[in-house]
Design a protein around this ligand. Structure first.
Ligand code: MG
Length: 452
């Protein structure tokens, strides 16, 4: 069957793949799937958001679902509303997350506030492709109302889950770059409630993204890094377009790679209590080094935040997340949460009483190198099977792609979900060993392809 949903909902360029017609149909399919509502509806700051959200609302109402319009809120804020308010059976969020400005997307959320399972997505795809839409008679079409409680509910929950008094006492100096995205409506106010001295960059919601691109990569965060240095801030925080991710800049103005911030947060989560931590196979072994001394254990999953969240839910994990700044705190909710991640990082900093740069320097150091090899989509499975054969006799993890584990490093070979390529991630304690493992992974793909 043709797929509608990618790894993170339905995405496309506005006016091409992403149209109001599609949004109406998805609204109809989601309304049919939930057999009536109410269904929450939210969006990020993208210019096409009102167009697509209104279309999705029409589709939902035509299937007999009432719609609760939350307006512009971060994705995790809408998820929290569904999970905790008891008012909605699910949600549609109009967002393209970190994608460039011409994109938009439709993300579907289940009754627990989690990104939908693949099974639920398949049910919606079946309704969509078969055209089996529920059509409400004139007397039963859905109604729509706005709700302004989502942000205060969400903000209060975060404040209750961190040591707000400790943060207020230290009043850290923070530069926040919300990137003109949905984080603008929550994080500055949250940080102020936490007593931070705060400077904002790109702090007004604006779907033209005049300040920077929505993905918080080092290339896009030059202004943030400079400002942190100039004002001698304790930390810089940046969100992606829908603020389910938080990326950090340390007190020296250096970009903090996601593997390191994830490891620091994981260490704080298991400290003194152990517990299960969930992360994809692609995350650095740094997380194992940090979690094991506290008696914790690490479960590795396939790549993608929905699978991480779901595995956490099923395993009773205390913490989880990905190396892209998407972090999940299960005491709060089972999805990535940028504002919560920011608050937890501040808590960690004030409790440690040390600069972020010092905490990072104290972590075990790894060298990571990445590469890619073109592999036609039709040869994907054969190449994967070939690599498993070539790697016979070695310690291998086949959770997602093939990861070969050595005593002094690892190499992961994984087909891309969106491009006809295999990605190779190598990691070791020295740059030379990381390069050697990268070369080995690349050679295995070529051998399995028969092109060596
Ligand atoms: Mg996002």
């Amino acid at each position: 069957m043709t797929r509608l949903f990618g790894t993170n909902g339905i995405r496309g360029v506005v006016g091409e793949g992403m149209t109001p017609d599609l949004a109406v149909s998805i609204g109809r399919a989601v309304g049919t799937f939930f057999e009536g509502g109410p269904i929450a509806l939210a969006r990020d700051t993208r210019l096409s958001g009102p167009m697509l959200a209104r279309a999705a609302a029409s589709g939902l109402m035509s299937a007999g679902s009432d719609v609760i319009d939350l307006g512009i809120v971060p994705t995790p804020c809408a998820q929290f509303f569904v999970a905790k308010s008891g008012q909605a059976k699910g949600a549609i969020i109009v967002t393209a997350s970190h994608n460039p400005r011409e994109f938009n997307g439709l993300k579907t959320i289940d009754g627990r506030g989690m990104e939908m399972s693949r099974e639920d997505e398949e049910s919606i795809e079946a309704i969509y492709f078969d055209g089996r839409f529920q059509v409400a008679p004139w007397s039963d079409v859905g109604a729509i109302r706005t709700d302004e409680t989502a942000i205060p509910r969400y903000t209060e929950a975060i404040l209750s889950k961190v040591d707000a008094d400790a943060i207020r006492k230290r009043a850290p100096m923070v530069v926040l770059d919300s990137g003109n995205g949905a984080g603008c409506v929550v994080t500055p106010y949250l940080l102020r409630s936490l007593g931070c001295r705060i400077l904002t960059l790109n702090g007004q919601p604006d779907g033209a993204f005049p300040g920077r691109m929505p993905e918080p990569t080092p290339d896009h965060l030059g202004d943030l890094m400079r400002l942190v240095t100039e004002v001698h801030a304790d930390v810089g925080i940046a969100h992606d377009g829908d603020a389910d991710r938080a990326t950090f800049v340390d007190d020296t103005g250096a970009f903090v790679v996601g593997d390191k911030s994830l490891a620091l947060l994981a260490g704080a989560a298991v400290q003194g209590r152990g517990g299960t931590v969930v992360t994809p196979v692609s995350t650095s072994s740094l997380i194992d080094d940090v979690v094991r001394p506290s008696g914790g254990n690490v479960i590795r999953t396939r790549v993608g935040s929905p699978i991480v969240g779901r595995t956490m839910f099923e395993s009773g994990a205390v913490f989880g997340g990905e190396e892209n700044g998407g972090v999940i705190f299960p005491d709060h909710q089972f999805c990535r949460d940028g504002a919560m991640t920011a608050a937890k990082m501040l808590e960690l900093l004030v409790r440690a009483g040390k600069p972020l740069s010092a905490l990072l320097a104290a972590l075990p150091q790894y060298h990571i190198t990445k590469g890619k090899v073109d592999v036609p989509v039709e040869k994907r499975d054969a190449v994967l099977a070939g690599i498993v054969t070539i790697a016979k006799g070695r310690k291998v993890d086949t959770t997602d792609g093939v990861k070969i584990l050595e005593s002094d490093g690892s190499v992961l070979v994984r087909p891309s979900g969106t491009e006809p390529i295999f990605r190779v991630y190598a990691e070791a304690k020295t740059p030379a060993r990381a390069e050697a493992l990268l070369a080995e992974g690349t050679a295995m793909i070529r051998k399995a392809l028969g092109t060596r």
